[in-house]
Design a protein around this ligand. Sequence first.
Ligand code: NAD
Length: 253
Amino acid sequence: MDLPRTPSFRLDGKRALVTGASSGIGLGAAVALAEAGAHVVCAARGMDRLTDAVAGMTGAGLRAEALPLDVADVEECRAACAGAPFDVVVNAAGLARHSPALETRPEDYDAVMGVNLRGAYFLSTEAARAMRAAGQGGSIIHISSQMAHVGGIDRAVYAASKHGLDGMVKSMAIEWGRAGIRINAICPTFIRTPLTEQTFDNPDRVKWIEDKIKLGRVGEVEDIMGAVVYLAGAASAMVTGTSLLVDGGWTAG
Ligand code: NAD
């Protein structure tokens, strides 16, 4: 009897772009893709930390290179995607400026939306444009948040940007599915990274987080790496337009 074959989780021969790759979840995504065999273009705004990250990866025998990229700049996104198309794009660039809604300044609103939603939007269109021009499919993965599914204290702008991302992912999946371009979001709970340092310094917020996460611990970058590899390759070939919660049960109730 012919048994079904488990699709490979390997990414050998694939080219990947990871934004926000110099720290946190982006660095985790870059390492995960490279360990699965991909050549990873690691992008970030500043080159200092990025150069260190790429040196660490190549020193470990992984295939990686550095690229300066501000995802809020559409021209830079276009240039980054202009050469040979990427097979995988992981957008982990993100910004948070938390405050009570009544105290949100317009410049904070614009900054968060400019990176988390507008940046994600045009990075997606430029990546997909290049894939289509080359007649190839690909997988685009946005690091969204559980705040795409629920609200949070002081998080009206951040949650709005991530809820917006969800609608964008669904709509682009409808448009690009026939071209073999998949687009999905990963929605993490609180993960220990530079972005959440301030939150973890606040005992009230830590209590809120520990009460809500059913698995009884906060997330680590490693908790997101398997989801990235899954959505990047053949194992998720029938998955598009979805939101993969990696939230320790936060949104379960
Ligand atoms: P992080 O601060 O370590 O990483 C964010 C990265 O994005 C940084 O390297 C930063 O330089 C980069 N970045 C910001 N603006 C950019 C721009 N305009 N162009 C290019 N890069 C830019 O934080 P992280 O926690 O790893 O966050 C990664 C993503 O994960 C973000 O989208 C964040 O919203 C999301 N997320 C994080 C958590 C968490 O608890 N840490 C939870 C859910 C979702």
